[in-house]
Ligand binder design. Structure first.
Ligand SMILES: C[S@@+](CC[C@H](N)C(=O)[O-])C[C@H]1O[C@@H](n2cnc3c(N)ncnc32)[C@H](O)[C@@H]1O
Length: 283
């Protein structure tokens, strides 16, 4: 399978994802909120597409020492929920990068509604080749997105290129733990567009190879096993909206796939990790 085909599949996956700009706005409208004029506090309950919610984003901010003078790159930012959250609560500037055109357009519109567009900017690009300037960022954050990118070596090299010397890369990702059968690997690729999942050790090696010293690694697998059970329940609670946007068959397929994915945490095939590293030298 070529990279182009894989990227197209990832784009389709997110074009038909239960969490979307319209789903977030509908949810707020159902709660009687005027969606023409939003605050980050209102949006942040609905616009985060990663595991562990706002607590997980706070943990990244803490490990990255984010403050008012930090320029953050949120790589694979989706609808921009964490980017807005970090800018609003920590006072930093954030650039969000994502390759999905519709999600990025949604991120721009939601950010304008919160009037944060001066501090939260978005850039349409593939994370493997962002086109952004060398050493432009103090911090890179990412949450549950690198799993979609098969070429982890190029990805981490691009991250190291974008970081200032002394800057921090802090991210969480879905990890392979036990060796997986070909059938499991192929279902994860075809149904979730997760390809070539890394192990904890492989990421540490790649970071070190690219001039980044690993400061801390946390195995989040046990926490995520429970978080994902809750997340499946959350997706089920969105049934009506998912069916109305994409049809019943799509909802049922999503539900089957997500149940399979959650099961892989229970059986120990999949895990999760948080990586904190800093760039030692220009490469
Ligand atoms: C699970 S969402 C995470 C969004 C965001 N981090 C959050 O927590 O709300 C993963 C995002 O990664 C993006 N993505 C996947 N592969 C990418 C790539 N190669 N380059 C840029 N974005 C990518 C998808 O378009 C999607 O928006």
């Amino acid at each position: 399978m070529t990279n182009t085909t894989h990227s197209q599949l990832v784009n389709v996956f997110y074009d038909t994802h239960p969490i979307s700009e319209s789903q977030v706005l509908d949810k707020l409208a159902q709660n009687g909120i005027d969606t023409s004029n939003l605050t980050v506090e209102l949006l942040q309950q609905h616009d985060q597409d990663h595991f562990g919610g706002l607590t997980a984003t706070d943990a990244l901010a803490h490990h990255a020492h984010i403050n008012e003078s930090t320029h953050v790159l949120d790589l694979c930012c989706g609808l921009g929920g964490p980017a807005r959250y970090l800018a609003y609560h920590y006072g930093c500037r954030v650039t969000g990068v994502d390759m999905n055109t519709d999600r990025l357009a949604g991120a721009v519109r939601l950010t304008e509604k919160t009037k944060l567009q001066d501090r939260v900017l978005f850039h349409h690009a593939d994370a493997l080749q962002t086109g952004l300037t060398d050493g432009a960022f103090d911090v890179i954050v990412s949450q549950e997105a690198f799993c979609h990118i098969p070429d982890k070596k190029t990805l981490i090299t691009e991250c190291a290129r974008l970081l200032k010397t002394g800057g921090r890369i802090v991210y969480t990702d879905i990890l392979a733990r036990n060796p997986m059968t070909r059938e499991i690997r192929s279902r994860l690729e075809n149904e979730m567009t997760f390809s070539e999942l890394s192990t904890l050790e492989e990421y540490c090696h790649l970071l070190e190879e690219n001039g980044c010293q690993v400061i801390e690694v946390e195995d989040l697998s046990d926490d995520w096993a429970q978080i994902l059970i809750d997340r499946l329940a959350m997706y089920r609670s969105l049934k009506e909206q998912t069916v109305s946007s994409f049809g019943l068959a799509h909802f049922q397929k999503w539900d089957r796939t997500y149940s399979f994915f959650v099961g892989l945490y229970r059986s120990g095939e999949l895990g999760g990790g948080r990586f904190v590293a800093h760039k030692l030298e220009s490469i």
